[in-house]
Design a protein around this ligand. Structure first.
Ligand SMILES: Cc1cc2nc3c(=O)[nH]c(=O)nc-3n(C[C@H](O)[C@H](O)[C@H](O)COP(=O)(O)O)c2cc1C
Length: 168
């Protein structure tokens, strides 16, 4: 698939098959994430953590349900979560760095027909230190977002989005 085709076809998947993706597929997604641009070339200030262990996934789900007091299915039962964490960066650029990695991974996943969804909620609703401990992060790292990935339970239909464009 061409890059522009992957960009057009990317869509958030919120229903997954109960089947893990192949390691080769995961590797393609991770390699794309690693190729993202990062401010000041500070790749060492970022960590990508793959969570596939069911006990850990259940614990993350449980902590979010506890926060909301309802069954959230916060990551839609995606069998793999790819967290992107960062050290605090100059000029708050950790958020942009993480977003670049996230989108590269989302497009790579789309390219190989792996469903994916950008997930911010877990990093907002699980206490920072608790999540850092679950993810085994070093002291000064914070989880910023996660990509849920897995086989979609049905064919996904891309949407057309519009953003106002001004030309000056
Ligand atoms: C920074 C960011 C945070 C997001 N957080 C969540 C989230 O926590 N849960 C979720 O279901 N979708 C989340 N999304 C996905 C958006 O809701 C989705 O991309 C948007 O509605 C457009 O739909 P599409 O991805 O299907 O094109 C997030 C997207 C971005 C860029």
């Amino acid at each position: 698939m061409e890059t522009l085709e992957a960009i057009k076809r990317r869509v958030s998947t919120r229903k997954y098959l109960d089947k893990q993706i192949k390691d080769e597929e995961l590797q393609i997604i991770l390699d794309a994430g690693k190729q993202a641009p990062v401010a000041y070339n500070k790749y060492d200030d970022l960590i990508i953590t793959v969570v596939q262990n069911k006990d850990v996934l259940n614990e993350i789900d449980r902590l979010c349900d506890k926060y909301y007091g309802v069954d959230t299915r916060i990551f839609f039962d995606a069998p793999t979560l790819i967290f992107v964490s960062s050290k605090k960066a100059k000029y708050d650029q950790e958020y942009e760095n993480v977003a670049c990695i996230m989108e590269n991974m989302a497009l790579a996943a789309t390219d190989i027909n792996i469903g994916n969804v950008y997930l911010k909620g877990m990093t907002l609703h699980i206490e920072e230190k608790t999540l850092a401990k679950i993810l085994n992060l070093p002291e000064d790292f914070k989880a910023i977002a996660a990509l849920g990935v897995g086989y979609p339970d049905r064919e996904t239909t891309p949407k057309i989005h519009d953003i106002k464009i001004n030309r000056i």
